[in-house]
Design a protein around this ligand. Sequence first.
Ligand SMILES: Cc1cc2nc3c(=O)[nH]c(=O)nc-3n(C[C@H](O)[C@H](O)[C@H](O)COP(=O)(O)OP(=O)(O)OC[C@H]3O[C@@H](n4cnc5c(N)ncnc54)[C@H](O)[C@@H]3O)c2cc1C
Length: 491
Amino acid sequence: MTTSPAEQGDTPHGTVHGTLYDIAVLGAGPAGLSAAVAAAAQGSRTVLIDGGTRPGGQYWRHRDGDDGALHHGWSQFRRLREELAAHHLLDHRPGHSIWHVERTDEGFTTHTTRTGHTTRDDIPRTLRSRTVIIATGAYDRQLPFPGWTVPGVFTAGAVQALLKGQGVLAGKRIAVAGTGPFLLPVAAGLAEAGATVVGVFEAGLPIAFGRHPVATLRNLPKLAEGAGYLRTLRRHRVPWRTRTAVIAAHGTDTVTGATVARLDDRWRIVPGSTRTIDCDTIAVGYGFTPQTEIPLQLGCEMRRDADGSLVARVDSRQRSTVDGVYVAGEACGVGGAQLAVLEGELAGLHAAYATNGSPVDRRRLARLLRQRSVQRSFAAAMHQAYPVPDGWQTWLDEDTTVCRCEEVTAGTVRRAVRDLGATDPRAVKLYARPGMGLCQGRVCGYATSCLVARANNRQPTAEDLRGLAARPIAQPLTLGILAAGFDDNGA
Ligand SMILES: Cc1cc2nc3c(=O)[nH]c(=O)nc-3n(C[C@H](O)[C@H](O)[C@H](O)COP(=O)(O)OP(=O)(O)OC[C@H]3O[C@@H](n4cnc5c(N)ncnc54)[C@H](O)[C@@H]3O)c2cc1C
């Protein structure tokens, strides 16, 4: 296994030599790890690229010397990590941020830069491959609300990443809010680590799982996991409130409290139900937003999934609509780590077959397809149990910030529709600048699309979401770094 960024196969930007891999796996989370290990075991020369310093992605995010105490499925991760380290056909490139992937005559060129480097010393690196497996995962989906820009309001994932990745508690008195099963491990982890979790405010009504008894009962381990988190919360006397949301954060330099309200089934505030709570930190997450820059760069067909996210369309072999491009894990639909592992394995096996013709055991394929179908039906039930109805838009004042980078308010977005006649988010972006800043709409894209759609009296579409999700550069990059890769002739 190679781990140095400058070893063979890792060529400076602008040059054309170096190893031509059979498969480049983009992202080393559950999906990417599983894909890379499966592909190499089938005899494909494979490179696994990730911006992080350690494999594992969001689910198995860990520190050096971590014994897995905070993790589920740790033995599975250990096995994949050992195989990653041992296989002679598998190169691991941690610390490589992928900023662009392009099609070439021989397959694909993946352009990377060293994560966190911003000087000319960091020459961008390119990796060549015949096929790519995109496994770039997802990040927290945010909804704006009054005060969400006050320091001390975090994404739920960031609070968990601080704890899992650095062993740091984001605050002392923490409110956990949003929707989805992910809030439970976040709150349980914080409580176990010594924070006072003042409440878990779940905007949805999880008993809606009851409408999907088959999908739910076929996933008993997940139910058991959820029950375990609830037991932990009870042990720490953490209140868990459903149909309730944090609708405002208070404070200027730091969070000093929050307003909590009961919601109706469309997430409008129940009159007379608001109250103020005392907290110094708020961890918020309303599901996940898949990272789709790379499938969009490559021209893959996209669709709007049941949770409202933009995802890459794949077939039963995890193939996208572009030849040689496979997608696995959250980038083709949010469904949890187990589904990501299964999709990764399928993508790895099929991509290996496509590049070297190595046959796959039929019984293994049949088992993977069966398990994937079980996990997908659970994911579908989960999306129906935790919808995000558009009543959250009624929590916003006209001057609530929607795009933090460009400081665009909800009122400005609505006026672009009402007064300037914008009918889609791209037009609003041009008129009012949401999504034009440093994050390029990563944070505000979903909310802006929903606000624009509603102001036009319709539901958001895949095209709306794409308008703020397509980015020719997937990761921030300085012009200096870019220029360092070109010779004097600009070649
Ligand atoms: C913040 C967060 C916390 C979560 N915590 C839990 C939890 O506690 N329990 C639970 O059951 N589920 C949790 N989930 C969901 C779970 O992590 C996912 O279901 C699972 O990790 C999906 O696996 P994946 O391989 O598709 O993506 P990920 O695990 O997200 O892995 C994607 C990988 O791609 C890399 N990557 C992405 N873009 C680039 C790029 N441009 N350049 C280089 N590398 C890139 C990332 O660094 C990452 O390592 C969490 C999700 C998030 C976003």
